[in-house]
Design a protein around this ligand. Sequence first.
Ligand code: HEC
Length: 191
Amino acid sequence: MDKTYGLKKTACMMVTVFAGMGAGAGHAKDMSFKEVADALHAVMEADRTVYTRLIVNRLQNEEKVIKASEHWKDEKALVLPAQMFRFGAEMVAEKKANFTYSLLSLWPINKQNAAKTAVEKDGLKAVAAKPEQPYYQTETLGGKKYFTAIYADRAVAQACIACHNAHKDSPRTDFKLGETMGGVVIRLPMK
Ligand code: HEC
């Protein structure tokens, strides 16, 4: 198995991510798939947590200034954390940055966010049982081989559980703070 991820575009991006560590372009091409996925996830998780805690949780749940809603445009509301995440993922897909990512769950409010592949199902179960241990696997989809990494998506703020537990389409109403609510799936092509 080819363990390095030699994509030029991603390598450039990784230089930015690792600038603080003194890594240059030469180092970036030696990164393993796992290292690239872990680095991408660190940025995604940080942005997601900041948006939820400093924007949604503070303004909606604590200060009660503005709410977050699926119908953010009509209701002049904040976009949901999951929408924020998906809009970013869609923009990355348009740029053809050579990797894709999504937010899925075993208990999805939106059925389109259910696991589809066997690896996604296994991975979501694995990170629900052991959130601190990411799940890594290779899978072949449409004749192409991918490195797929799945990370626990946890309830980092009261807003997460308040909204999901009360949502009419949520299959679960007993999420607790800190618990795994789903998973971030990052998929890197291996060729
Ligand atoms: C104000 C309501 C609200 C808040 C706050 C919220 N969510 Fe969601 N979440 C939703 C809705 C609605 C969806 C489905 C959105 C879509 O894909 O159309 C969703 C989607 C998700 C998904 C994808 C699976 C699914 O249920 O469709 C995960 C995982 C998730 N949220 C976890 C979280 C976590 C963790 C937090 C806190 C960091 C959070 N949510 C905050 C309402 C909310």
